[in-house]
Design a protein around this ligand. Structure first.
Ligand SMILES: N[C@@H](CCC(=O)N[C@@H](CS)C(=O)NCC(=O)O)C(=O)O
Length: 242
């Protein structure tokens, strides 16, 4: 049967055109995939992937594993992680590692990666910029929560809040003030999810008053939290420490 004669494809084409017409807040219709995300029972590097899937309305298996289970799988050579790290996803039987590669792949699938190659590059730049802000935060997080070295963690926290994060906060705030309510372009992209999920971690784990004095950023975070799909995810996701 020719593609155009297949009733299912006709329906998909129609739904896709209807959603294009309805505007970009609604993710493009895609045939659904079997997706499994494997990560610790943490938000961290798994969370943006979950936000993209939740925003897109794509069902997925949220496979949360314990550290012991992960180490054992590695030692027994049972891990399916293609690069020996988590998070990784399996899509229709194929596996992909690296959280940003996963985020970019999914965002392209679900039309939240930027409208054209330039916007996509801008989105990538914001994602990498957020990563620069996040990396030293993960040093603190490991020191405090994984290794339990509280004195060293306090020292890292002071440094982080006094000198590392302020320039990033100023730039994030300016980006939103200069833009059209989103990190890039006129609608939500995974750059917004990356920025907001990162800010959430610092607010939740390190400094509840982080966004005091950043009114624009504060409103923006609320707006992203209230997007369809994200809002529902935030209320139904498992409550975890990290
Ligand atoms: N750049 C990688 C970093 C991945 C990474 O460091 N994952 C950690 C968990 S957050 C991990 O796999 N740790 C366990 C291990 O290395 O065995 C990404 O973003 O996916």
């Amino acid at each position: 049967m020719h593609h155009a004669d297949c009733p299912l494809h006709t329906l998909i084409d129609l739904a896709s055109r209807l959603q294009d017409f309805c505007g970009r807040d609604t993710p493009r219709f895609e045939m659904s995939h079997q997706i499994t995300l494997t990560y610790f029972n943490w938000r961290q590097r798994g969370e943006v992937i979950r936000w993209i899937l939740a925003y897109s309305g794509q069902e997925f298996t949220d496979n949360r594993i314990e550290l012991e289970e992960w180490v054992k799988a590695l030692m027994d050579n049972r891990s399916k992680a293609p690069l020996g790290q988590i998070p990784y996803i399996e899509v229709d039987g194929r596996a992909l590692g690296q959280s940003h590669a996963i985020g970019r792949y999914l965002a392209r699938q679900y039309s939240c990666a930027g409208q054209d190659p330039w916007e996509q590059a801008e989105v990538d730049a914001i994602v990498d910029f957020s990563e620069d802000a996040y990396n030293p935060f993960t040093d603190w997080l490991r020191t405090k929560f994984v290794f339990g070295k509280l004195e060293k963690a306090n020292e890292l926290q002071q440094q982080y809040l006094s000198s590392h994060i302020p320039p990033y906060l100023k730039k994030f705030d300016q980006l939103i003030r200069d833009g059209k309510g989103f990190a890039v372009g006129e609608g939500p992209t995974w750059a917004d999810f990356t920025m907001v999920a990162f800010l959430d971690e610092v607010v939740t784990l390190m400094e509840p008053k982080l966004l005091d004095g950043y009114a624009t950023l504060h409103d923006y975070v609320d707006r992203i939290h209230n997007l369809k799909g994200i809002k529902e995810w935030l209320t139904r996701r498992p409550i975890t420490t990290l």
